[in-house]
Design a protein around this ligand. Structure first.
Ligand code: ADP
Ligand code: MG
Length: 466
């Protein structure tokens, strides 16, 4: 069976921190001109702004719409959100709920991941709000091409922030290009840069910014396209024939198309590959950790129940990675009670002292560190809370089983020998970390994200006890 091929959109983001520079006009009309250039190219568009221009322009009369761009951020597959719109362009309806959702967008790579899994075909154009909020940052990060309209020096000044952002993230600034917009052809200057667009381009190039060859003129006709008695917004392609802007959009669409054709794999596909590799790496690391676990309980020697439903409630690991495994609830708490807390083991199962110790242990991380001092070997036993705050410390002499009549620390020796055994009669320079896990799914602690947390805790503990 051949696996169904997924689609990975080529993404064009239109962005500028300035409002009123022609972003939305550019995004919407570019979509229509691209479609006109190539009937077979699927073209879709959505906006992170809440002015519903996209919807006014592309919605088909009577079309029922029951999802929008906020659903994309809430993890609905992008393709399922596309509505067939006018002029052959598909659109994801706009939303007024994005401001409330912003907090849920964790980091600038969320959209890239969603688009990698979106199954949206062809080209996707994203219109953005006039600021560099987290949604715009996401749209920039996900883009194959970013088009930045500038209409004056102030808007060019502003676009430095986008370039700085790309620098900060280590992104390729080649995908960014400026385009002079709303250019008034009547304005002429003396000297070399004798009109607005030439002046803007000269400034842009001087700063090392890439500029589109073409520009967009200011045209009363174009301006009138969104002010009419029908309350509609008409496209330049159909209603602006004969204007300079018509020719300029044709040229821009061709340039964008050429750049797209020269791109072997869109960012969304590369991102998909990276995610897959990353997932595989995490999976491998998980199984490697899992297969390194000791099969038998360190304390009682019995096999850890294969279904791990029998209360594998503690994970232990030597800080140098030399040994790791699970301990069952009963074994470890019995060890705590008799070896560390020195309490009579004949406590009833429901004795309040015993129950209190159980509860405390479930909220604690323990570190056991063997050391030599004047009197021989001893083990420092530390208790931390799960955020790494040190709570208590006590040292116990390290004695083998049977040494001395009152040797309650025999189990402590067993624990140290089973995990930190070094060359000959010595212990390695490491400590044993014991951390509670959920008895329902103990292996969860070995999953990448959780294990990373555990490693952080281990590091913090190491700094505190060494
Ligand atoms: N080429 C143009 N000629 C004349 N007016 C334009 C042109 N492009 C856009 N406009 C007008 O400028 C205003 C701002 O455009 P818009 O695309 O909404 O900018 P932004 O999305 O950057 O805020 C709108 O009223 C629009 O009709
Ligand atoms: Mg806009």
């Amino acid at each position: 069976m051949i696996a169904a091929m997924k689609n990975y959109p080529y993404v064009i983001t239109v962005s500028s921190e300035k409002g009123g520079v022609g972003k939305t006009t550019l995004a919407t009309n570019l979509a229509i001109f691209l479609k006109a250039l190539n009937e077979n190219l699927p073209v879709s568009i959505f906006s992170f702004d809440n002015h519903f221009t996209i919807d006014k322009m592309f919605a088909i009369k009577g079309q029922e719409v029951n999802s929008d761009v906020s659903d994309l951020l809430l993890e609905t597959t992008g393709r399922e959100l596309l509505y067939t719109g006018q002029y052959g362009v598909s659109y994801i309806p706009s939303s007024t709920a994005l401001t409330d959702l912003k907090g849920a967008v964790k980091g600038p790579m969320v959209l890239a991941r969603l688009l990698a899994a979106s199954d949206i075909p062809g080209v996707l154009i994203i219109d953005t709000r006039p600021d560099l909020d987290i949604l715009t940052q996401n749209a920039l990060y996900a883009a194959d091409q970013v088009i930045i309209p500038i209409k004056d020096l102030a808007s060019m000044e502003n676009c430095r922030n986008i370039f700085d952002l790309f620098d900060k993230r280590g992104l390729d600034k080649k995908s960014l290009s400026l385009i002079p917009c709303l250019i008034d052809e009547r304005i002429k200057f003396e000297g070399m840069f004798n009109d607005q667009k030439t002046l803007l381009k000269a400034y842009a190039i001087n700063r090392g910014y890439r500029c589109h060859d073409t520009y967009i003129s200011k045209s009363p006709k174009v301006e009138s396209l969104n002010t009419n008695p029908d309350g509609k917004i008409y496209p330049i392609l159909t209603h602006g024939r004969g204007t300079d802007v018509f020719g300029q959009f044709t040229q821009l669409a061709k340039a964008v198309m050429d750049e797209m054709s020269a791109t072997k794999e869109p960012r969304s596909y590369l991102f998909h590959q990276w995610l897959t590799a990353e997932n595989n790496r995490k999976k491998e690391a998980f199984f490697a950790r899992l297969s390194g676990l000791k099969q038998d309980c360190l304390l009682c020697g019995r096999p850890i129940s294969p279904d791990r439903q029998q209360g594998a409630s503690y994970f232990y690991e030597a800080s140098d990675g030399g040994a790791a495994g699970f301990m069952e609830e009963a074994c470890f708490s019995e060890f705590l009670i008799s070896s560390l807390y020195n309490i009579n083991t004949n406590l009833a199962a429901d004795d309040p002292v015993r129950l209190m110790l159980y509860d405390t242990a479930k909220e604690s991380a323990f570190a056991f560190k063997p050391r030599m001092n004047g009197n021989g070997a001893e083990v420092e036993c530390h208790r931390f809370d799960l955020s790494g705050t040190h709570i208590s410390k006590k040292s116990y002499p390290l004695k083998k089983h049977g040494e001395g009549a009152e040797n309650k620390q025999g189990q402590l020796f067993t624990l140290m020998a089973g995990t930190l055994d070094g060359y000959g009669d010595t212990f390695r320079d490491a400590f044993l970390l014991v951390h509670p896990v959920s008895a329902k799914n103990p292996e969860a602690i070995l999953v990448e994200e959780n294990y990373r947390e555990l490693s952080k805790l281990r590091k913090s503990i190491a700094e505190q006890i060494n």
